[in-house]
Design a protein around this ligand. Structure first.
Ligand code: FE
Length: 227
């Protein structure tokens, strides 16, 4: 299997490229617009055919590479139900399977960071977007975010996966690139709570500044504006 993790140092975003092997179909998760050439180059070098691109949610901190990749490769753009149709050619529901040659992903609806947040499970690994980060969780204070929903997405869904499942998030700000469910259960400070109320209290007291790119990225990523 081909599995690559790209990092955009401007927005601290991780992007993932997946394929079952050279010459076969490929899929990209959470591409960053400015990195499009890098993805295309690797696709060419590995002789991969990009057929699907996924955003885990409408990003507020960078411009998504979905539309540019669709323009250049004619791939399908995919997001969960509820994401704006302007940018997406295929919507998936909770539990729906996404297939490319020899690879299957399962969509998991995990709202909380935003109301359109999905995670994607692929055998031994899960792409958690900004729902579960390494030793953190995504903020819940805009884009219809909701800390109650996020608690349930975490505790009733993601953390129910086997402890050895790898976690690949959409961002990391401290230089970590992968974790597991078991490590996060034990060491993620946001998950050391005994009730939904306790979790909500933590999230409501974060008092974070808005992302710098927010007013530019959200309208473009949701198809209301062009680049
Ligand atoms: Fe986000």
């Amino acid at each position: 299997m081909i599995f690559r993790q790209f990092f955009d140092s401007v927005s601290s975003t991780y992007t993932y490229l997946i394929s079952s092997g050279k010459g076969r179909e490929a899929l990209i998760i959470d591409p960053v617009f400015e990195k499009t050439n890098q993805y295309i180059q690797l696709l060419e070098q590995l002789e991969l055919k990009l057929v699907k691109v996924i955003d885990t949610h409408i990003h507020a901190d960078h411009i998504s590479g979905l539309r540019e990749l669709q323009k250049r490769t004619k791939c399908i753009t995919l997001m969960g139900e509820g994401a704006p149709a302007e940018v997406i050619s295929m919507h998936v529901k909770d539990n729906e399977k996404i297939e490319i040659e020899n690879i299957k992903l399962q969509a998991m609806y995990t709202p909380g960071h935003t109301d359109d947040s999905y995670s994607f499970l692929m055998n031994d690994r899960v792409f958690t977007g900004d729902t579960l980060l390494i030793k953190g969780t995504g903020r819940t204070d805009f884009q219809n975010g909701n800390p109650y929903d996020q608690y349930h997405s975490l505790f009733d869904k993601i953390l129910k996966l086997p402890e050895e499942t790898f976690i690949y998030p959409a961002h990391d700000y401290k230089g970590e690139n992968v974790s597991t469910i078991g490590e996060e259960k034990k060491y993620n400070p946001r998950l050391q709570v005994n009730s939904v109320q306790e979790y909500v209290k933590i999230m409501e007291n974060l008092k974070l500044k808005n992302p710098k790119m927010m007013d530019i990225a959200i309208p473009i990523n949701s198809g209301k504006k062009n680049i």
